[in-house]
Design a protein around this ligand. Sequence first.
Ligand code: MRU
Length: 347
Amino acid sequence: MRTVFWEDNQVKMIDQRVLPARFEVVAYSDHKSVARAITDMVVRGAPAIGATAAFGLALAGFESASTSTGDLLADLRAAASTLKASRPTAVNLAWAVDRVMNKVSSLQSPSADSLRQFILDEAQRIADEDVEINKRMAEHGAALINDGDTIIHHCNTGALAAVDWGTALGVIRTAHEQGKKIHVLVDETRPRLQGARLTAWELQQYGIPFEIISDNTAGYFLKAGKAQKCFVGSDRTAANGDVANKIGTYMLALAAKDNDVPFYPVVPTSTIDLSLSHGDQIPIEERDPEEVLGLEFKGERVTPKNAKARNIAFDVTPNRLITAIVTENGIAYPPYEKSLRRLVLGE
Ligand code: MRU
């Protein structure tokens, strides 16, 4: 089953807040609820939220009672800005919404109803293409994995983070299907535990051997020579190859570099933002401190009452720590200013 899909005039998605305890699919009939689902991380992962926002825009079209194309376009523009504001770091969100809106603007005098159908078709195309792109990326990335490798993976970048298959975890899955024996060390990924909850759940489904480690354990395995590669995703990659990804990625990359372990972000070209020259320009989401403070151990809250916390959701890994960047169009090596432009624009 896909992570997000359109069925019975609704946007449906796997509720990632309750996995692995429960597998539930939730349905939304209006774009504001879809935007809230993205903010609340019912659905998460850069490619998944891009496709979800595109389907949200399709809902906005059907929600609008406007009979004139002009009025419908005004409603769509308002919905587009609501959806784009739902999370700031992953550029796929704006990329998907802008792709639909740009195509809509280029249509020659469409009727309101044909516009509604066009948006739904385009959202479906984005979703279908995502799966195909992930599989191409996975083929390129799997060539970097050797039989017997132990791989450290951060956050969740699997089928749940995309429409299907996934980015970095998709690479691992393809290498496994090619018959390579792989072991995955799964960073639990505080504070929302996407690794311990979602990546571990996915690896179990695929039959890939893994062990969950607390995030601060990765350095131990890297220094001991017990991990041969690190694979991660990205929410936004700047033109110079700086990579914004789930908080903790930067520390993992530092420890990998210090121990000469290759570090590979796996990045669809929709995640590359060539308008930003370097990673410090990437907007970084800060979330509710309660996600850090509310952690329970043996049924008790671990933090003292009235304690304060910071909950920075992403960090930027500078390009000097990155061995290569895997995209669906091939693998980019330094200098990334040139190699990424070539893979994104064909220059
Ligand atoms: O906050 P999340 O769970 O949406 O963060 C997800 C990640 O950081 C992933 O690594 C990223 O989206 C790229 S993988 C598809």
